[in-house]
Design a binder for this molecule. Sequence first.
Ligand code: ZN
Length: 270
Amino acid sequence: MRFYDTHAHLDSGDFSSDLPQVIERARAAGIDRIITIGTDLASSEQAVRLSEQYDDLFAAVGWHPNDASTAPDDVRAVLRPLARHPKVVAIGEIGLDYYRLPGRPPREQLPENQPRIEKQKNLFRQQLELAIELGLNCVVHQRDALEDTLALFGSYANRTRAVFHCYANDQPTLERILALGSLVSYTGILTYKTADNVRQCLTATPDGQFMLETDCPYLSPVPYRGQRCEPAFVRTTAEAAAALRRCSLEHLSAITCATADAFFRRGTPR
Ligand SMILES: [Zn+2]
């Protein structure tokens, strides 16, 4: 049986002292593919470097909306050479995040935040265009920006696919995402006591339309909650998901890995 961690931040300082052992533990637990995700230029470069060092490690390159203020006016020029690397299998993570804007909610309505939001949207659009240009799919992050994210992504949805990662919204939203031809991925949040809505979404997602991830070093599943998360723990999340869906772990492993294998590969550039 194999498992696939579709979203890890292995460039994080939390892994700087023991990454070889982290990868070894993942292999021992049956995780045979890990996607390490960039959040700005330096972290995307690091993701690519790491993917060169380990056969089972692949990279996504992208600029996260929380780091939009440090992005160049045209991010395509700096990301394009990296994104052409043979081990880069997606653009991400990209999207919109209004939760981290300054001020109090509704932060997206504060006049001083309008230029910040415009910058995030430009960054998101540019990276969707780059994904289409190179025939790649996208890893999308959104927080407190659901409607704007769906509206903006919607006009690209027939040319690239997205995974709405760390899915934690409701079932009607899930249906809108799937209707766009996109996917969701679930983290260790599935195992948290208060996450009934996420468990309900998991059981409502058809086979072939979801993947699993750790989002490590964050979001360790129970019983590791509170510790640093690492790719090996995606197996614990898979066990929880199989129990919730009342299927065998073998089936869960087969469908989530097949979905990820098909999603994370280079397609036809446009
Ligand atoms: Zn992430």
